[in-house]
Ligand binder design. Structure first.
Ligand code: SIN
Ligand code: MN
Length: 270
């Protein structure tokens, strides 16, 4: 799937692109089924809310480790995600920096505070912000169930220094100091809600400002994120690097799999 000139311009200007229904119902069903299988795993790769519900499952893109998954491995290498990512990055040799599924379960699922991903990836030693995240909705996302919001054009703000918030949720989050955030949000275009049916995808730049609210609805909001980084932009050595499941050291460039691989692998892992 080649991006048109208009789409490429849109990404440069807004810092993100939306692809409605990029994946079909059978594919999202297969992915959901495999995630269901992982729900009770006890591992540092799996984060729960303070109230116990599943919040995040990390590292679903490899064929090894506690959260390995053949369908998610295939999704991470799908040409429908990989081609646009390499195009906007301007580099064919990319590896996966990390992956995660955020489940944000009905009623219980809590917020993701305003942040830029490169805010903390910079502290991981990544030299530049030329990285993208491709997110795929596995459920319908609505404003009520805590969809993601993206501030258009915010990648042009450069990196806003973050701080660690360890109070708001069960998971330490990097966010931006309140006064700065209020000023930036007042001066920016209105945040865009990333709503849509399962299979919808969005690709966004690592400096895009984004957040999501609590899930007030009776329905889960499952979304998967793959972060693509050019091998040329791999992290430099840092003291106490974060673990592999959030900052991968598998720098081998990934290659596209067959477009039918998600369903083919769903069948073999069932
Ligand atoms: C994130 O930005 O890391 C997650 C946001 C979300 O799942 O709503
Ligand atoms: Mn993020």
């Amino acid at each position: 799937m080649e991006l048109s000139d208009d789409q490429q311009r849109g990404f440069r200007e807004n810092g993100f692109l939306i692809f409605p229904n990029l994946f079909g119902e059978a594919e999202t069903e297969a992915l959901r089924a495999d995630l269901g299988r992982m729900r009770d795993i006890e591992s540092d790769h799996v984060v729960r809310e303070r109230t116990g519900g599943l919040r995040t499952v990390f590292r679903v893109h490899e064929n090894d480790g506690p959260t390995q998954s053949e369908p998610f491995h295939a999704l991470s290498r799908s040409p429908r995600l990989l081609k646009p990512a390499t195009q906007v990055l301007g580099d064919d040799d990319v590896y996966i920096y990390h992956s995660k599924v955020n489940t944000k379960v009905a009623i219980e699922g809590t917020v993701w505070l305003w942040h830029q991903d490169y805010g903390y990836w910079y502290w991981d030693g990544v030299p530049t912000s030329n990285m993208v995240t491709s997110m795929v909705l596995l459920d319908e996302a609505t404003e009520l169930n805590g969809c993601l919001y993206i501030v258009p054009g915010s990648h042009e703000l450069g990196r806003l220094e973050p701080y660690a918030d360890e109070e708001t949720t069960s998971y330490k989050q990097w966010t931006i100091e309140r006064e700065r955030l209020v000023k930036v949000l007042k001066e920016s275009p209105a945040p865009v809600p990333i709503v849509g049916g399962p299979g919808t995808a969005v690709v966004f730049h690592a400096n895009v400002l984004h957040a999501s609210g609590h899930n007030l609805s009776p329905r889960d909001r499952w979304q998967v994120y793959f972060v693509y980084n050019p091998v040329a932009n791999k992290p430099t050595e840092v003291v106490n690097p974060r673990p592999d499941y959030v900052r991968s050291v598998n720098f081998e460039p990934i290659r596209p799999m067959d477009d039918g691989a998600i369903l083919a692998h769903a069948a073999t892992s069932a």
